[in-house]
Design a protein around this ligand. Structure first.
Ligand code: HEC
Ligand code: HEC
Length: 477
């Protein structure tokens, strides 16, 4: 998969020189190769741009359309809910704790620290909480058209044509869900996703015996109790919080009876906020794809070519969002408590039960990837460079992984079991074999391309944290 004619040709200075020679009129055939090509010259750009356009088209890499705007009232409700610890059983954690503006919509940790922890971002401490099995993904561009799956194993999915859901809650699933009032509001995979963090004991719900939500009989009861907290019962006359009733009414103006609101309404609003706030499609690369040829340096353009071709990245990071939305096994070192069993995370196989899916995780989108470390499904790599180098020679990287790059709490969970590591190596995707050799210059170009995927508007999100939330619970801790 990794060697096509184009791949061998592109990204070498020779091609650029050749290109210049071919496009400069009036040059004698004999001395074409003797002049130096100034970097950034128009002629070299034009050739590079053409070659890149062809390579990108082959990988279906194109511009991304902005999602439709939601009503500001829906976004306002979603923002309050996203930052409000009222959604957690013990009132001690919000969505934002693990997807925070200070941490570029992630938490800066290899794997998340759940409810019972204290502090934010890299300063978060496990406290009385648990290590969560996986890395909290960023939520940039999680609501643009084409994103129909959620989580590293896509366990929440929405069929973009039928609208049917597949989730861990059977009542939401299929053509005739038993919770239609919830499902009606779940108009995107992102909205469906927002139903679930509140149902997880380790993430937001709290441990059994500690609060009524933790002790609820099932997901439906969790969601109902949360709506009681937010808008009360008996059409908002008993309990609840007036500010939330106002926000829900503004977001859903047709509401005649607060008792008809479901947690689906809350989830839909959260998704609207995420979509509004974290659609990040104004990177230099986006502007380049939009026709602004000067938006990328020559180095980034050469890197994009390598990405599409010699380095084979676009075998999986293809399409407008630089992901095929498929799952692949990358022989990533195991960090974290494990999922399903201690020290082990079989990824997609935990969902499908198929041995062929062992260690497979969903290909991530790559916009803003320079901001969203640590990288991989378990945050095993603390630099973008290391995450990329892992791809070039995964088996070597797995064998020589240095957990010393992680904070001690996480380093201690690195799985060094030889049998399991052999299984991780054996499952490696054929698309990543054999190793790819890049020169230092090529590697720099590839990194320049990845950095060109950063939307400057995402560089400082600090102002996005509200000063307060309707429950009055603390926000900035
Ligand atoms: C304790 C930390 C924590 C909390 C709290 C939390 N999340 Fe997450 N979130 C994670 C982790 C970890 C994952 C990945 C889990 C997996 O893939 O198995 C995730 C995944 C996601 C994803 C999927 C992104 C993708 O690309 O697939 C979205 C969206 C998301 N969370 C939004 C939310 C919302 C909304 C809330 C609040 C209702 C929330 N999260 C609460 C840690 C957290
Ligand atoms: C075989 C498919 C495949 C190929 C080829 C591939 N990737 Fe990946 N990439 C993935 C998957 C799957 C993950 C997540 C793996 C995991 O966490 O276990 C990933 C993760 C990443 C990440 C970390 C993203 C994050 O948010 O944590 C970066 C950066 C990345 N890839 C860049 C590249 C580059 C650059 C190349 C080419 C050198 C490349 N990939 C080639 C499938 C692929």
């Amino acid at each position: 998969m990794r060697s096509t004619l184009l791949r061998r040709l592109v990204s070498t200075p020779l091609l650029i020189v050749l290109g210049v020679a071919l496009t400069l009129p009036g040059c004698g055939a004999s001395d074409e190769y003797h002049f130096a090509v100034p970097t950034g010259s128009t002629s070299s750009d034009a050739t590079l741009d053409e070659t890149l356009a062809t390579a990108m088209a082959a990988a279906s890499i194109s511009g991304v359309s902005r999602p439709q705007a939601d009503a500001p009232e829906l976004v306002a409700l979603g923002k309050a809910l996203f930052f409000d610890k009222i959604l957690s059983g013990n009132l001690n954690i919000s969505c934002a704790t693990c997807h925070h503006p200070v941490a570029f919509t992630g938490d800066s940790l290899p794997v998340s620290l759940g409810e019972g922890g204290t502090g934010l971002g890299a300063n978060r401490d496990v406290g009385t909480g648990q290590l969560i099995p996986r890395n909290a993904p960023h939520i940039f561009n999680a609501a643009v058209t084409g994103v129909d799956t959620m989580f590293w194993d896509s366990r929440v999915r929405r069929d973009s044509i039928t609208g049917e859901l597949t989730t861990p809650e059977s009542g939401l699933n299929g053509a005739a869900p038993t919770l239609p009032d919830h499902v009606q509001q779940l108009t995107s995979a992102l909205a469906a996703q927002a139903m679930f963090p509140v149902t997880s004991h380790d993430e937001m719900r709290g441990q059994a015996g500690l609060n009524p939500i933790a002790d609820a009989a099932d997901n439906t009861a969790v969601w109902a109790l949360l709506m009681e907290r937010l808008v009360g019962t008996a059409n908002g006359t008993v309990g609840g919080i007036q500010a939330y009733r106002d926000l829900f009414l503004a977001a859903y103006p047709g509401t005649a009876d607060f008792d008809t609101l479901t947690f689906g309404h809350a989830a839909r609003a959260i998704a609207a906020f995420e979509r509004h706030q974290w659609t990040a499609l104004d990177s230099p690369f986006d502007r380049y794809v939009g026709g602004e040829t000067g938006a990328l340096s020559d180095s980034a353009k050469r890197g994009a070519l390598l990405f599409c071709d010699t380095a084979g990245c676009a075998d999986c990071h293809s399409g407008p969002l630089l992901t095929d939305f498929q799952h692949h096994a990358l022989a990533v070192p195991q960090v974290g408590p494990g999922k399903g069993s201690v020290g082990e995370d079989l990824g997609l196989a935990l969902e499908t039960g198929l041995v062929a899916d062992n260690y497979k995780f969903r290909t991530p989108q790559l916009r803003n990837v320079a901001l969203t470390g640590p990288w991989m499904h378990d945050g095993a790599f603390t630099t973008l460079e290391a995450a990329v180098r892992h791809h070039l020679d995964p088996l070597n990287s797995l064998a020589n992984y240095d957990a010393g790059q992680l904070p001690a709490l996480f380093a201690a969970t690195h799985d060094t079991d030889a049998t399991r590591n052999a299984a991780r190596a054996a499952a490696l995707s054929p698309l990543l074999q054999p190793p790819v050799g890049l020169t230092d210059a090529q590697f720099r170009d590839l990194m320049a391309f990845l950095h060109s995927l950063t939307d400057p508007a995402s560089l400082n999100l600090l102002d996005e944290t509200p000063d307060s939330v309707p429950s009055g619970l603390p926000v900035r801790d």
